[in-house]
Design a protein around this ligand. Structure first.
Ligand SMILES: Cc1cc2nc3c(=O)[nH]c(=O)nc-3n(C[C@H](O)[C@H](O)[C@H](O)COP(=O)(O)O)c2cc1C
Length: 190
């Protein structure tokens, strides 16, 4: 297979909210990915709630099939999420579950990933961050260990959907570290 010149990154956002803090952080990191990367926000809000029976009885929703195909074509996946009741939002877990099945057809497997949690509170969504990492172990996503990203005080950092200057250097460094992480797993033309 020829070496790739552009790597595709799927960005999965755990919030569907208009004006979402984590959404703004996700958009910033996506835009900060270096040359050679094409980062795309993947819509997970339209996915029917997971029900194993749909695959079992041959009524797999069309959008699941499209989503599975989309994930299969990625070189890396970035998850940016708020924390809901010390866990991850259901929309994100739903997306993880859908693309991990049917059994034996887990399209996440082997795709390098990274996790960012965002909260207006002081913890920076650390519980959600680590719960997500736990699920990613199960679906065989090798997650970048460092730098960790727990973005606290999000209401001060994101104003009108724009990430404040004070956080930009860290998030840009995170994007570059993630790019290096992804390159470890993919044969590039460099
Ligand atoms: C159902 C629910 C549960 C929440 N639980 C937590 C929590 O456990 N920890 C936390 O830091 N914030 C929690 N929050 C507050 C969210 O961090 C806050 O609503 C945030 O703005 C959501 O992220 P977003 O701006 O990206 O939509 C919760 C919010 C909701 C709606």
């Amino acid at each position: 297979m020829p070496a790739k010149t552009e790597l595709k990154i799927g960005v999965f956002r755990g919030s569907l909210r208009k004006g979402s803090y984590s959404g703004a952080v996700a958009d910033f990191i996506a835009a900060a990915m270096p040359n050679g990367f094409d980062a795309e926000i993947v819509d997970i809000g339209q996915l029917t709630m997971f029900n194993q029976g749909y695959d079992d009885d041959g009524t797999t929703p069309k959008e699941w099939t499209a989503f599975r195909g989309k994930v299969a074509g990625l070189d890396g996946c970035l998850f940016v999420t708020p924390e809901y009741n010390r866990s991850i939002p259901p929309v994100l877990k739903n997306a993880l579950d859908i693309a991990s099945r049917p059994q034996g057809k887990n399209v996440w497997s082997g795709k390098p990933g990274a996790v960012v949690s965002v909260s207006p509170g002081k913890s920076g969504g650390m519980a959600a961050n680590h719960q997500l990492r736990q699920a990613l172990i199960c679906i065989n996503v090798p997650v970048m260990q460092q730098p960790e990203a727990y973005i606290s005080g999000a209401a001060d950092i994101v104003k009108n959907g724009v990430v404040d200057e004070s956080e930009r250097a860290f998030l840009t460094a995170f994007a570059n570290a993630f790019a290096d992480w992804v390159k470890l797993f993919v044969k590039t033309a460099e």
